[in-house]
Design a protein around this ligand. Structure first.
Ligand SMILES: [Zn+2]
Length: 681
């Protein structure tokens, strides 16, 4: 039997081979297609049990099997697995694309929503149906026939423009390089950045050092290199990428105008006032006005701190660096000098305090204390000998299980991520418990000593565990809204960023440290420096994020491209409202703003700050509890966080969940305070 078609339990990693992929996935696609054919031909009234449930059951088999293939492709990207994955990817993608465009299915969902059964369904089931209808509508399914061709044309042109925007940006990024022949011109640059530049030059068969506008090459130069002319040249080249100052065929300016016009037209066809409303339709935030007000409020509160940051930086530059005027290409360099002068400590020094066994024990203690669960080693087939497997129990009862794949390997995709192997839901025999993959890319242990983690690594681990807990601690019985399924895009980072907070809590953090050589815990003085460095220039950084977020939002709501005002005029307005440091007049930041023009963040860039506000505000409930219970690991507040946020997953709107937990709407004050921007009373 094909092990990919065995759904009786955990994935059978010992048995699954690349040659199983095509037959298994083809069979499941066939099964799903045949079922859909049968359901839409059915003349009887659509009901949950006759229509939705069979679709969910068949859909789950496909997504579970394809999930195993995708997971192996990510963690064991050897040629046979890559081939097996790529061989089926187009068929799977086209199946899902067709599903979203199937008007007969849309009609069945509409009939179900209008039928007599609908009001009797559970809120979770009603939400699943409403989400389906919303997604069909946003993809144009409900448009009158005469509007559909134009809508389709817009979609196609938008996706081509987005791709072209990214291509132009990449080509313009590659179009500039700096060649340095004299090492003295690189004073201040760290050795690893120099070594990378040397290797880049060698690759081109040239002597010396090569620097490009790609972030890993560009950022260290702007941050560390004492050579002001080099910094100025690279800054100008980067800030004018894909603009009218470079090659005409790479200019993204006309593409931006066209993208904005088409998005506005798409919104009108769908019956919305502007594109921001379309973007927010499936998000936690309600209206563009609400998001604008949120950002403006945050900007006003951060402003005094940003002004203080600038005054300090200018004062330091004048006194210590002998510079009277700071240009845009001096800012990160001078800031780095100031940071070094004030809070210098090395990441390596910190790292010695975080051996993996202490960190894992600390992490497990946090989870166990907050949610009254116990985490125990468990056994399962895995894809690599270093992968571990654990079970979560509450009062002796199994709640969920997870794989922990901590270390970097050559065949593993970079970064850190959580993925679902099995999702909780009610099945005929009872509850199907959830299973998660937690993946990181930390340096593996050398010799017989345990691996040590940087503080950033520890934060990453807590972050992914937050996503994992969202998936594993859900109590929802319906798969499409269970765990992180169905959670709004701008709310999904709440549990993950929430968990990060514990990595900055003195009691929690010191409790998971033991110096690799001496076994002593983290010294308080070092911790204080880590906190100060974390909050360094937080006012400035906040305003910078809000400048981008507010520009993005206004561009897709209030701005009309043909009103005689260009997008640069709008950016200048936003800057004069928000920013405390103004870049040169020739800076063309929008031309490389690929999040919103080449990616999926249009009218959604605000969500970075939004999620930080939510998680900081949620965490503040634990700080409040600590004032009486003495610890942020407060079980009563943890129980409430579980019940109102984690347990309900996507089964109700995230704002409702937040209100149920916090007793009010989210406020930015906790984030400001946690970033060192407390307003003195
Ligand atoms: Zn995340």
């Amino acid at each position: 039997m094909n092990p990919l078609l065995d759904f009786s339990g955990l994935p059978r990693f010992d048995a699954v081979q690349p040659e199983h992929v095509t037959p298994a996935i083809r069979q499941l696609l066939e099964e799903n297609r045949a079922l859909i054919e049968r359901l839409i031909a059915d003349e009887t009234a659509a009901t949950w049990n006759a229509f939705v449930q069979p679709m969910l059951d068949a859909g789950e088999r496909l997504s579970r099997a394809w999930g195993i293939v995708g997971h192996l492709h990510s963690v064991n990207d050897v040629p046979p697995w890559r081939e097996a994955y790529n061989a089926m990817l187009p068929e799977v993608s086209s199946f899902y694309a067709d599903l979203g465009q199937n008007l007969a299915l849309f009609a069945r969902y509409k009939a179900l929503a209008a039928g007599s059964e609908f009001p009797t369904l559970s809120p979770a089931r009603r939400r699943i149906i409403e989400n389906e209808l919303r997604d069909f509508r946003l993809s144009g399914a409900e448009l009158p026939e005469d509007k559909k061709p134009r809508f389709k044309e817009i979609q196609e042109e938008l996706s081509a423009l987005g791709a072209k925007f990214s291509e132009n940006l990449l080509d313009a990024t590659n179009a500039h390089a700096e060649w340095i022949e004299n090492e003295a011109d690189l004073a201040g640059l760290p050795d690893d950045a120099k070594a990378a530049a040397k290797a880049a030059a060698e690759k081109d068969g040239k002597p010396g050092w090569k620097f490009t506008l790609h972030a890993p090459s560009y950022i260290p130069v702007l941050q560390f290199c004492d050579n002001r002319e080099l910094r100025a040249r690279m800054y100008r080249a980067s800030a004018t990428r894909a603009s009218e100052f470079g090659k005409a065929e790479l200019n993204n300016g006309p593409l931006i105008d066209r993208l904005l016009a088409l998005r506005a037209e798409e919104a009108k066809i769908l019956g919305y006032a502007n594109y921001a409303e379309v973007s927010l339709a499936a998000k936690m935030a309600d209206t563009p006005a609400q998001v604008a007000a949120f950002q403006r409020d945050m900007a006003a509160k951060a402003r005094p701190f940003a002004e203080r940051d600038v005054a300090e930086l200018k004062d330091f530059a004048r006194r210590e660096l002998g510079m009277d005027a700071l240009e845009s290409w001096d800012l990160s360099w001078a800031s780095e000098k100031l940071k070094q002068a004030r809070y210098s400590f090395s990441d390596d020094e910190v790292k010695q305090y975080f051996p993996s066994p202490s960190v894992l024990a600390g992490l497990f203690r946090v989870i166990e204390s907050l949610f009254a669960v116990s985490l125990k080693p468990d056994s399962a087939q895995t894809w690599h000998p270093s992968v571990r497997f654990f079970r979560i129990e509450r009062a002796g009862k199994l709640i969920g299980q997870f794989y922990l794949d901590l270390y970097a390997r050559e065949t593993k995709r970079g970064g850190a991520w959580m993925d679902d192997a099995i999702t909780r839901r009610r099945v005929g025999t009872g509850i199907q418990t959830p299973v998660a993959y937690l993946n990181c890319n930390f340096p593996e242990p050398v010799g017989d000593k345990p691996a040590t983690f940087s503080h950033d690594d520890v934060i990453t681990l807590f972050h992914e565990c937050g996503h994992g807990l969202h998936h594993l601690l859900t109590q929802v019985d319906e798969l499409p809204v269970s765990g992180i399924n169905g959670v709004e895009w701008d709310a999904v980072e709440l549990p993950s960023q929430f968990m990060e907070n514990f990595c900055w809590e003195w009691d929690v953090l010191s409790g998971m440290t033991a110096h690799a050589e001496t076994g002593v815990t983290l010294p308080r003085a070092l911790y204080d420096k880590m906190i100060a460095a974390k909050n360094f220039q937080s006012g400035l950084q906040t305003l910078r994020q809000i400048e981008f977020g507010l520009f993005d939002l206004l561009l897709h709501s209030e701005f009309t491209p043909d009103g005689g005002k260009g997008y640069m005029d709008l950016l200048n307005e936003v800057r004069s409202e928000v920013a405390v440091l103004l870049p040169p007049e020739w800076n063309r930041f929008p031309n490389s703003f690929s999040h919103i023009f080449g990616g999926g963040y249009a009218a959604g860039y605000y969500s970075y700050k939004w999620a930080e506000v939510l998680s900081a505000d949620a965490y503040e409930a634990f700080e409040e509890a600590a004032r009486t219970s003495g610890t942020t690991l407060d079980a009563a507040t943890g129980e409430r966080f579980w019940r109102e946020i984690l347990a309900v997953g996507g089964s109700r709107p995230a704002l409702e969940s937040f209100r149920a937990f916090r007793g009010r709407d989210p406020l930015p004050d906790a984030l400001l305070r946690q970033s060192g921007m407390a307003v003195a009373a």
